[in-house]
Ligand binder design. Structure first.
Ligand SMILES: [Zn+2]
Length: 333
């Protein structure tokens, strides 16, 4: 019951994306949970690409299904498909699936065409292959039987994760709602996405329709490195600050991927190993501790509805008067 309630509260944070292609016509909700973010998802995806790409799914066994969009569709349309690739899209994983073996060409159910499984790990989800003979752990809700005798298992004690079977057409529509990948975005596009908006920079970094994949940890870490206060407005940033912001964000994300992500909750990669990047955090979770640059105590404020950690000396707060003038200029011009 408590979990149900927390889940409802968290639904306030979700980005809703219209999803006309699905039979129940409910909006496909996208998680903006604290964990995992781009580096953690990338770490899991790289592990799964090595361990399960090329395998064919022979069977699907479902336990608890309240986090699956359309459990019947997963049971009906996934078996017989080969996992062609495992990719990351923002904070999501995409298992790219072939057409079903022996599907009748042109059949209306889409089985003769490629499809995808969209997976979000929520806070406590783990997706990893195991020998089928190995007993499955408690809270294992999905088991995909593979053609090499293993099972791809999804385990999620708190069930904040999400799984959806999507046809190619629906997937294409869903993905258009997302912004640029922060590792691929050009300097020009990044600057225009940030500097054209009057929202606070922290909110812009978290907004998955602006950039896909950044969450609270890497937003705070990159803002600290860029020496930009989280409440600064996007439109207030100079060209130079936008360029710095992009550079440090990419740098933080790449280093975090090398460290296999941050383990602050229950994050484990596809091999069951925790990440290491939490050792390099300079702002996130460090309230009251000394700034690594200047020794001032790190402070925590709520910006964009989320805890935001920053150094009050290195990241000066925007001056209200100045901000208003600037806002007027932006509105008028
Ligand atoms: Zn400082």
């Amino acid at each position: 019951m408590a979990d149900r309630l927390r889940r409802t509260i968290r639904e306030v944070e979700f980005l809703h994306v219209a999803d006309k292609g699905r039979s129940n016509a409910a909006p496909l909700l996208f998680w903006t949970e604290p964990m995992p973010e781009l580096p953690e998802v990338e770490t899991v995806v790289r592990g799964l690409q090595k361990s399960i790409a090329g395998r064919r799914i022979l069977s699907v066994r479902l336990g608890n299904t309240d986090f699956i969009d359309d459990p019947a569709a997963v049971e009906q349309h996934v078996p017989g498909r080969q996992i062609q690739a495992v990719e990351r899209y923002g904070k999501f994983m995409l298992l790219r699936l072939s057409a079903r073996a022996n599907a009748v060409a042109g059949s209306a159910n889409g089985d003769a065409e490629t499809a995808s499984l969209l997976v979000h790990l929520g806070m406590t989800g783990q997706l990893a292959p195991f020998a089928a003979a190995q007993p499955y752990a408690k809270h294992t809700h999905v088991r995909f039987g593979l053609d090499d005798g293993r099972e791809l298992r999804y385990r999620d004690p708190r069930r904040f994760g999400r799984i959806a079977y999507l046809t190619e057409a629906v997937l294409t529509e869903v993905l258009t709602a997302f912004g640029a990948d922060p590792l691929l975005v050009s300097a020009e596009e990044f600057a225009s996405r940030i500097r054209s908006r009057n929202a606070q920079i922290k909110a812009l970094l978290l907004d998955q329709s602006v950039l896909r994949g950044v969450g609270n940890i890497y937003a705070d870490e990159s803002l600290w490195r860029a020496k930009i206060h989280p409440a600064r407005r996007g439109a207030q940033l100079s060209k130079q600050q936008a360029a710095t912001m992009r550079k440090v964000l990419q740098d933080v994300l790449r280093k975090a991927i090398l460290a296999r992500g941050s383990s602050i909750s229950d994050f484990l990669d596809a091999e069951g190993q925790p990440g290491e990047y939490q050792r390099h955090h300079r702002a996130y979770g460090r309230e009251g501790k000394r700034c690594y640059r200047c020794g001032t105590g790190i402070r925590r404020v709520i910006v964009a509805g989320r805890s935001s950690y920053f150094c009050p000396k290195c990241q000066p707060a925007p001056r209200v008067q100045k901000q208003n003038k600037r806002s007027r200029r932006v509105r008028n011009g």
